[in-house]
Ligand binder design. Structure first.
Ligand SMILES: C[S@@+](CC[C@H](N)C(=O)[O-])C[C@H]1O[C@@H](n2cnc3c(N)ncnc32)[C@H](O)[C@@H]1O
Length: 306
């Protein structure tokens, strides 16, 4: 017969379970993070609160180095670390973007820059950031059609729509890529391939932070609201936390404040939005086990049988 546990023992076990669930193994010693930290330091950013770690369940993320209080600023990333359409327009791509008619979209500008810098390898000033980006993504748009076929019907339909959108994005961008040929020794078709553009598209879609809409004369009128925020984009999602994140025009930093408190050595999360699991899988390539926004999709006419 089982001996009934006392209240103290139950609380202790719950605490132990909570901490083992979120316990991370530091990754700050890894070469790519040492290089990234140097790169960030050169751009006037040093983190005292967080460190990269690998967590059971959520994978790579950021862990608190000390306890963090409600309202505390957890990251303040200088503008010089952000990759925005300004970065692209001020680069060697700027002249080609300005010339191209109809103007490329802000998304195309960001994706083109990512593919081009990735191709530059060691020559790219963004190398330490590019090296920590995932090599592949798990979003349905990257999955084999046989795998997408196994998804629940409503999600499968959205995944197929998304695949068509990305394919059209590629097809409609090819002439612009051809115009960049003078910049490269190799044929642009081999650099700006579908798989390279898909990787860049997933990078922006799964990792970009939101900026107040801006308008660049040389880009199309689609919303220009995405920025890649190196290091900050290592934060994983939880629906149960609240954060305040925005670009501060005075400090010229992208600032993130937590509305939750964190114990030392816990995984620190941000909330990507109130997404159900279909949206999380579609946009970010993962699902959350304890998702308060989880819902069941019911097809039209389901009640005909009652
Ligand atoms: C902004 S990045 C976060 C950092 C990322 N884990 C990394 O290693 O680069 C977003 C991606 O992290 C992963 N992710 C974020 N939150 C997660 C969670 N709660 N559980 C599992 N994976 C998560 C997903 O692959 C998502 O596309």
């Amino acid at each position: 017969m089982h001996k009934r546990r006392g209240r103290t023992s139950r609380i202790r076990r719950r605490k132990l379970f909570r901490s083992s669930e979120s316990r991370g193994v530091t990754e700050s010693y890894k070469y790519e993070f040492i290089e990234l930290k140097k790169w960030l330091k050169d751009r006037k950013f040093e983190d005292t609160n967080l460190t990269p770690a690998c967590f059971p369940g959520t994978g790579r993320g950021l862990m608190s180095k000390t306890s963090l209080q409600e309202g505390q600023m957890i990251i303040s990333l200088p503008e010089s670390c952000l990759l925005t359409t300004d970065t692209v327009i001020q680069s060697y791509l700027g002249a080609y973007i300005t010339k191209w008619k109809p103007p490329p979209s802000p998304l195309l500008a960001l994706c083109t820059f990512l593919v081009s810098e990735k191709h530059a390898g060691d020559q790219s000033p963004w190398k330490p950031y590019l090296d920590i980006l995932p090599k592949a993504y798990t979003c349905p748009v990257c999955l084999e059609p046989e795998v997408v076929n196994l998804l629940p019907k409503p999600l499968k339909a959205k995944a197929e729509e998304q695949r068509v959108r990305v394919q059209e994005f590629f097809a409609s961008s090819r002439d612009f890529f051809s115009s960049l040929q003078p910049l490269f020794g190799e044929a642009v078709d081999s650099i700006f391939s579908y798989s390279a553009l898909l990787w860049a598209w997933c990078t922006v879609n799964t990792r970009a932070v939101y900026l107040r809409p801006r308008r660049q004369e040389c880009l199309s009128a689609e919303p220009d609201t995405c920025a890649l925020a190196p290091y900050l984009d290592l934060l994983n999602h939880s629906s149960n936390v609240q954060v305040k994140a925005a670009f501060n025009e005075e400090t010229r930093c992208y600032e993130l404040r937590t509305a939750s408190s964190w114990r030392k050595h816990e995984e620190v999360f941000i909330c990507y939005g109130h997404h159900d699991n279909h949206q999380l899988l579609l946009e970010y390539g993962f699902v959350s086990i304890r998702n308060p926004h989880a819902c069941v999709y019911v097809s039209r006419g389901w009640n005909q049988f009652h």
